[in-house]
Ligand binder design. Structure first.
Ligand SMILES: Cc1cc2nc3c(=O)[nH]c(=O)nc-3n(C[C@H](O)[C@H](O)[C@H](O)COP(=O)(O)OP(=O)(O)OC[C@H]3O[C@@H](n4cnc5c(N)ncnc54)[C@H](O)[C@@H]3O)c2cc1C
Length: 321
């Protein structure tokens, strides 16, 4: 076994997902502590430039037309072969839909334990220690894998990205596993419909969660957003209930936003929500529960009832402008 840390690079439509360089940064630190290298694995076709933009020590770029788009069956085959050949100490995947598609199956084929929802990773006395968020982020659990190697799926935004640092070496190789006879075929990518407002382009967002209580209270948030010259975004329960359109949803199964200011009203801070907003420059959270996990990422927080606060804030903003 090596002391290398393997990262699966994620990309879509010719763009590297932010989590890739976040994992690269953490992998470099961990590999440094263990005396190994951070090695990113990028699966694609004609994606040399992407491979060169990953900030790991090395990149294995596996170039095959069957890997042009994400295909869970093809990815699983290739990754299992890479892990068997390279015997890394840790395999890092994103806790994304791609990572979740692959990680459990990979744990079975490689026989390695899997630790999910990881937001911290270190080496202590040569052992790997991973912290994972459970119960929607309400509890943190430290896990030490049985055996020396493991797989982890990492939460977006948990690690500082290795931005703008080119990989030291890109090694372009043919697929180490046969990619013929795949039962899963990529057909087409369905882009979300445009329309409504684009919450990813706003410098300030008034975001509401289930704490808003019901459709009848949405206008309290809309009035504040209007007074501030912006729009309302939301957590998933709000869009699932139909109180706001799906285009306003922030998070894993919604949109990723990076506004200058994110006002989170009545949002608990589940990992799936944090994934979409923790890149905001300033986060202000208001929640009646002082133990809500949103306060772990908020720069400023208040514990009060948003149904009282929202109209009072609107009035104050209007009187100041
Ligand atoms: C595969 C998957 C994908 C998902 N994708 C997403 C996603 O994209 N986006 C997303 O948001 N979630 C997503 N979720 C759901 C996620 O796990 C949480 O369930 C969700 O984020 C919780 O939303 P919430 O914080 O609004 O609600 P809750 O967790 O119910 O929190 C409501 C909060 O409001 C507070 N509150 C209640 N009343 C008041 C009041 N009057 N004043 C102030 N505070 C109050 C409560 O204390 C509580 O903390 C996903 C889940 C899965 C499994």
């Amino acid at each position: 076994m090596s002391n290398d840390i393997l990262i699966l690079a994620e990309h879509l439509n010719g763009k590297l997902a932010d989590i890739t360089n976040e994992m690269a940064g953490q992998a470099r630190q961990l590999a440094g502590a263990l005396g190994g290298q951070a090695v990113a694995v990028l699966l694609g076709s004609g994606a040399q430039a992407l491979a060169e933009s990953i900030g790991s020590d090395r990149v294995l770029y596996i170039d095959d037309p069957a890997l042009a788009e994400f295909n869970p069956e093809a990815y699983a085959r290739v990754l299992a072969a890479v892990v068997a050949q390279r015997q890394p100490r840790v395999v890092m995947l994103a806790n994304s839909s791609v990572g979740m598609d692959l990680a459990a199956g990979l744990a079975v084929t490689t026989g390695l334990p899997l630790i999910a929802y990881v937001n911290a990773l270190s080496a202590e006395d040569g052992r790997i220690v991973a912290t994972s968020q459970i119960y929607g982020g309400k509890i943190l659990a430290e896990a030490v894998p049985a055996g020396e190697a493991c797989l982890v799926t990492c939460l977006a935004g948990a690690f500082r990205p290795e931005a703008g640092r080119a990989a030291a070496a890109v090694e372009r190789i043919a697929s180490p596993a046969p990619l013929d006879g795949l039962k899963v075929q990529f057909v087409r990518l369905i882009e979300p419909e445009a329309g409504d407002v684009d919450i990813t382009q706003q410098a300030l967002l008034v975001s509401i969660g289930r704490g808003i209580g019901g459709a009848e209270n949405i206008e309290l948030a809309q009035e504040l957003a209007e007074a501030l010259g912006t729009v309302v975004s939301a957590s998933r329960p709000v869009t699932d209930a139909g109180w706001l359109p799906k285009t306003r949803q922030v998070g894993k199964s919604g949109l990723t936003v990076k506004p200058k200011v994110y006002l989170a009203f009545g949002i608990s801070g589940a990992p799936e929500h944090l994934e979409g907003m923790r890149g905001a420059e300033l986060i202000v959270a208001v929640n009646t529960d002082p133990k809500a996990p949103i306060f772990d990422v908020a720069h400023y927080g208040a514990t009060c009832d948003i149904l009282d606060l929202l109209p009072a804030l609107t009035e104050r903003v209007k009187s100041d402008t």
